[in-house]
Design a protein around this ligand. Sequence first.
Ligand code: ADP
Ligand code: ZN
Length: 623
Amino acid sequence: MEIRRAKQVLKQYFGYEDFREGQSKLVEAVLKGRDVLGIMPTGAGKSICFQVPALMAEGITLVISPLISLMKDQVSALNQAGVHAAYLNSSLTQGQYVKALKFAKEGRYKIIYVAPERLATEGFLDFARNSGIRISFIAVDEAHCVSQWGQDFRPGYLKIAEFIRKLPHRPVVSAYTATATEEVRGDIIELLKLRDPFVTVTGFDRNNLYFAVKKPVDKYKDLVTYLRDKEKELSGCSGIIYCLTRKSVEDICYQLRLDGFSVTRYHAGLTDEERRKNQDDFIYDRYQIMVATNAFGMGIDKSDVRFVIHYNMPKNMESYYQEAGRAGRDGAPAECILYYEPSDVRMNQMFIGNNENNEMLDETAKALITQRDHWRLSQMTFYCFTSECLRQYILRYFGEEASGYCGNCFNCLTQFEQIDISKEVTAIIRCVRENWTAYGISTIIDILRGAKNQRILSKNLDQNSQYGTLSTQSVTRLRQIIQEMLYQGYLELSGEKYPVIRLAEGAKKLADSETAPMILKLPKEQEKRESAGSIKKGKRRRAGAASALREQDLELFEELRAVRKEIAAQEKVPPYIIFSDKTLVLMCLVRPKNAADMLKISGVGEYKVQKYAEKFLTAILRQ
Ligand code: ADP
Ligand code: ZN
């Protein structure tokens, strides 16, 4: 019954026909008065889970959120949907804050976003306890910030439970995060003092995202070709390019600008003001491409990002999937491309152990975290080498079953050839076994290829029986083989300062004279030449939201985007907050004739119909 009403609310305010998988279960539990913990990947639709119940409750809902930009974005989106919402954080002046609090006391807002640090302040506590306004629900967004195991620990989150305890009525508490690990999950339940929470992990699959890993000889050149292709397909579409360091952000941004692209940049080394400006330029479609470190993105809800490129491999799958997941939140097709280079692995290894929040942890915990980080990095590296379906690899990492074929990743759309690498594998095992000390990957490769450098000669490694036995193999190929052996449990990486290779169980079992049978799957030569990642003609799909459109619809799509941009400028909100790309595509396909038709389109709620339908209808009818 309640859920039926929830669906009406979903349609009325947000214009969506139905809840997604997981959303309805969470909404239902909250409405029944049960605490919940929702673990959902980026873009799965967490906010709906607390916004819909908020609109149905008698009292108000507090949303605790770590980031100013996130609050601002969600509050604009709510206001655009006709919901009274506000935020209370340090971006307000004292005067604005007092006024917002006064309005809150008068019951003008249904939903209030608040930074965790505010909860303990006197003014806010007074409002929460004594204003007579009932707080029905508390939603804790990015709940993993409460855990020191996570990467975004925020001490303010530890104060939430105490705040809740001080309220005259305990509200229903719901927590949401995209981080799925056991430790973090446990911390959230314990530290937020959730009561017998309903916990659900919703599908991590984002089927509109295309995944590819590329290892081109010239990375920058490949990037430029990709971006030019994108420009031809869809002028004006947005994308993010992630780099590992500030310096590479600077370099790539500068270079792309020289090459004529519309780019801006974001990293922790810029002033607050410049960061804010560059972020807005991207969100408001004044610049199309954002080159950034991982400092960019948390709390950015821009739903029409059509590609996310990782110019460097990130440190683990959690970061990768979160960052890549910023593509295609509107559900329309989008691409996630990862460039792999061996130096990225080394760079990430250097970062491990430099954890800034470490002062709160003891030595044992630190050692555990370092060990875990190395393991995570190895799983990230395997992603770059697997020939399985990439989506399956990702989902399995996050603990979900998946079929071996998704049809929407590079590996699924590529023919692989099978290469017998038994000879090489055997040589590598013998080479490692013979050495007295353990060496890193590059040294092992040098031995096998018969290198005559100082490192090899000074340690007499040219005496190894395998010295030079694989001299015809390229470094890249040998790296691929070693990665495959790591993956299949023949080798393992360990080491304090820098990682060294040792034999793992699979290889220890083998007798000296035995060969280890192994097959390596690589993209067929012809595909490799086409630069890994771009799919053969014919199979190539348009990545843009507009991929479903015929030529004649494309023109209308561009026109509707122009209408949207104009309205967005008047309303001072980012264009995607007016309507998503996906909603515009549906308008092109359905071609609504009047407001009633318009309401049937996903993403069009009642309030927006009243406000904007006319302008869009005029454009549609003119065609
Ligand atoms: P998250 O916070 O989980 O990363 P968001 O709450 O930003 O994700 O939602 C991602 C996108 O999905 C938004 O554009 C949102 O409007 C859309 N969305 C959420 N729920 C639904 C639904 N039930 N049907 C269609 N679109 C939805
Ligand atoms: Zn696949």
